[in-house]
Design a protein around this ligand. Structure first.
Ligand SMILES: N[C@@H](CCC(=O)N[C@@H](CS)C(=O)NCC(=O)O)C(=O)O
Length: 211
């Protein structure tokens, strides 16, 4: 039995944030596959005993369970003393970018990819709306990297781990061309060079999806 269990599935960029953090910290962890595509997160059992919000990821550590990727990253950062702030300004900067990621970046990128690559809806007014929001957020991030190597400090923090959650699935994000965002691409390579980095499909179970 490993020290940490991450409730996850391979296609979830939100779960990947937790999996990547665990791996980068060299944690003793195991994935627990959540059968999202067959409705496990909607079952009363899941909501009662794993996460009342009906979402992945959930981190179990001993008797404690944590949901929301930002909380999971914060908990692990405190536990391992890695990828956290060194002062109050950095703490707020990490929080600022994590909130931006959750409400603007991951929410649009993740949903856009879910509809186009996984649900295969084709182009619809919803995907057009999400695509425009996603590109707007990518512009913000790419511009930020003209003066920063990492998002919230001079070294990688949990804000980087949060924001990169969906970007290693780049071949599944229709219309995304790194030539338009070269600084984001270079930042992703910097994260990839960290010891313990792994692709989401190598860290979490459930890929490929059954036909
Ligand atoms: N803000 C949450 C988002 C989590 C989330 O949206 N998880 C998706 C999978 S990537 C989920 O479990 N959705 C359940 C559903 O839509 O029913 C986080 O950062 O953990």
């Amino acid at each position: 039995m490993s020290e940490f269990t991450l409730y996850c599935f391979a296609q979830s960029g939100n779960a990947y944030k937790g999996a990547l953090m665990l791996n980068l910290c060299g944690a003793d962890w195991q994935p627990r596959f959540v059968d999202f595509f067959n409705g496990e997160t909607k079952t009363p059992e899941y909501r009662q005993s794993i996460n009342e919000m009906g979402e992945v990821p959930v981190l179990a550590h001993g008797a404690r369970k944590f949901s929301q990727s930002g909380v999971i990253l914060d908990y692990l950062s405190g536990h391992f003393g890695r990828f956290g702030p060194e002062n109050e300004d950095e703490r707020r900067e990490i929080l600022r970018w994590t909130l931006y990621d959750n409400y603007r970046f991951t929410s649009t990128t993740g949903l856009y990819r879910f509809l186009t690559a996984l649900q295969k809806t084709g182009r619809t007014p919803v995907t057009e709306f999400l695509s425009a929001r996603m590109h707007g957020a990518l512009d913000v991030l790419d511009k930020h990297f003209s003066t920063h190597d990492f998002v919230a400090a001079s070294r990688p923090t949990t804000a980087d781990i949060s924001l990169c959650g969906y970007l290693y699935y780049d071949d599944e994000i229709e219309g995304l061309d790194w030539a338009d965002y070269p600084r984001i691409k270079a930042w992703l390579e910097r994260i990839k060079a960290l010891e313990g980095w792994g692709h989401p499909y190598d860290l979490m179970p459930g890929h490929p999806l059954p036909a």
